[in-house]
Ligand binder design. Structure first.
Ligand code: DP6
Length: 330
């Protein structure tokens, strides 16, 4: 750390998360203030590691992802985020950012959540800011909404809040509270057509969005309660309903967003069948064709094998509940 400026370097990691109750649509797109609250689980074993170095020798921000220079739009998004950090710290030093994901690019796991959670922690620490978890979660939110949920650990709720100050995520249960497992069935590893940021902006064009948002407090209550009581079948019902409601909004937006591929639907049918056969299993889908199949640790091996034997599935990643974003020391 440069003792005169208080600026230096820092490294941090964060896990991606799977939304059990989805964030879809913003009241304020600039600040990423969502129209409804959401609930998620961090995904252990999958992570983004980010190193940030502020220096007076740099004339512009630079960004490397997995060792390669990032494209212009990713760099612009990160530079805008770093401007917030600079404003908070009262500095105009530029930064070099190096970020590595240990999960394959295009795996259908949103890397923006783990990326902006790790960046918020590494950049704020490198800038000499000592942000508490809520402040860090708020900062991460401005980079990517779902990133605010990758700051705290385990099972996490993001209350929509009414303004910047009260829109942040917090843990509702630690990772070891429940042995829920996410088996991510990879149907396609291609780049998705419409990214989440563009998709959020279309949510209001669907006549179904108002109904989805109006019913969100009920789904949040049911999901939170199911997690706290470790009631898998109650969780399954609300998680699938919430995912279907978001995809109904997506499919009825103008222009419509249809993220599902034929294999996506095949997995949904298979999961329903396995559940009616007595297996603890349910499905949820983010803004892409891959299916997050939730189960319990005892059944995870069986579920992963069943998925691998299903036509159209390229690979299955298995993740247990993960901890909070953390600094990497030394
Ligand atoms: C479908 O957080 O990726 O995964 O704020 O524009 O970065 P930006 O969007 P993002 O949206 C996530 C959408 C979702 C649902 C969810 O994770 O809650």
């Amino acid at each position: 750390m440069n003792s005169r400026t208080g600026f230096g370097e820092a490294s941090a990691y964060a896990h991606p998360n799977i939304a059990l109750i989805k964030y879809w649509g913003n009241r304020d797109a600039g600040l990423r203030l969502p129209v409804n609250g959401s609930i998620s689980m961090n995904l252990d074993g999958l992570e983004t590691r980010t190193h940030v170095r502020f220096s007076a020798e740099l004339s512009a921000d630079t960004l490397f992802v997995n060792g390669a220079p990032a494209g212009a739009s990713d760099l612009a998004r990160v530079a805008e985020f770093l401007n917030r950090v600079r404003r908070l710290a009262g500095s105009d030093l530029r930064a070099e950012v190096q970020s590595e994901n240990n999960f394959p690019a295009g795996a259908g796991i949103a890397s923006s959540a783990s990326a902006f959670a790790a960046l918020a922690l590494a950049a704020s620490a490198a800038a000499g800011l000592h942000l508490d978890r809520p402040a860090l979660s708020r900062l991460a939110r401005t980079g990517s909404g779902s990133a605010c949920r990758s700051v705290p650990g385990g099972f996490v709720e993001w209350r929509s809040g009414a303004r910047d100050e009260d829109s942040f995520a917090f843990s509702i249960a630690p990772p070891d509270h429940w042995d829920l497992v996410d088996c991510v069935a990879l149907v396609s590893t291609g780049q998705k057509e419409t990214g989440s940021t563009e998709g959020h902006a279309l949510a209001d064009t669907s006549p179904l969005q108002n109904a989805r948002v109006a019913d969100a407090p009920r789904r949040l209550d049911r999901c939170r309660e199911a997690i706290l009581k470790k009631d898998f079948f109650a969780l399954a019902e609300v998680v699938e309903q919430d995912s279907h409601m978001m995809h109904a909004v997506m499919m009825t937006s103008r222009p419509p967003l249809v993220y599902w591929l034929p294999a996506t639907l095949s997995i949904l049918h298979a999961v329903r069948k396995w559940r009616s056969d007595g297996l603890s299993v349910c499905a949820t889908i983010d803004a892409g064709p891959n299916v997050h199949v939730l189960t319990l640790r005892d059944s995870a091996g069986e579920v992963a094998d069943l998925l691998k034997a299903t036509a159209g599935i390229q690979d299955v990643l298995v993740a247990e509940p993960g901890g909070p974003a953390s600094l990497i020391r030394g």
